[in-house]
Ligand binder design. Sequence first.
Ligand code: GDP
Length: 235
Amino acid sequence: MFRNTSYVASAQHLRDLPPPSEPEIAFAGRSNAGKSSAINALANQTRLAFVSKTPGRTQQINFFRLARGAFLVDLPGYGYATAPKALREQWEATLSTYLQTRTSLRGLALVMDARHPLTARDELMLAWFKPTGRPIHVLLTKADKLSRTEAAKTLQRVRARLAGFDIHWTAQLFSSLKRNGVDEAEAVFAAWLGVEVGPSLMLATAGRTSGHHRRSDGHKKAPGQRGKPGAKRLK
Ligand code: GDP
């Protein structure tokens, strides 16, 4: 689904955002949490999200277009203790307004370092996004840095905390390095966008391996199997 994703534009101010004509998924996370690497792993490209790291773009909202037409939106990383207060305040105003008012936003992917999940700022993001009633998917990345037991415990702890928020959430372990969790994340985002996923992807997310590259198009549909009413079939 994220293959052939390409950079389209960056916005410094809310007034510069592209029109909300396509559904979009925003990615947020603390600086260094592994957000760029996760976007690159999903897109299966090595340098895509580095656009967001080029000087002058780190505090911008960066838009990438999926081959199917939807936008992947890379929000500025937060949590630099050294950032000047005025800059942080400006960032907070822009981000909270974007998250709460963007009509085309289908959901928020919140990237956290599995070793340091749920920072105060992560919780602030949850609080800002909650009133929209839209879903949040937590990617606990760098999971390869934890033992299996530690990773499972972390996931359990994060889920327990998320259960305390009155939001529609899902959470998973992820590793950009090992490419673990890519199929699971893709299935969640595909559902948000109303994109049908191919049979091999569904098998993969059910915990079985297909041995094939997944494709989310081109598979034969049974008569009448056209997706949910109102679900937008992306180009
Ligand atoms: P961002 O600031 O949130 O975009 O973070 P980056 O994607 O640039 O990652 C920050 C650092 O963490 C880099 O050195 C990455 O190589 C490393 N990193 C990111 N994801 C993973 C992962 O899944 N596993 C490991 N071991 N390192 C990762």
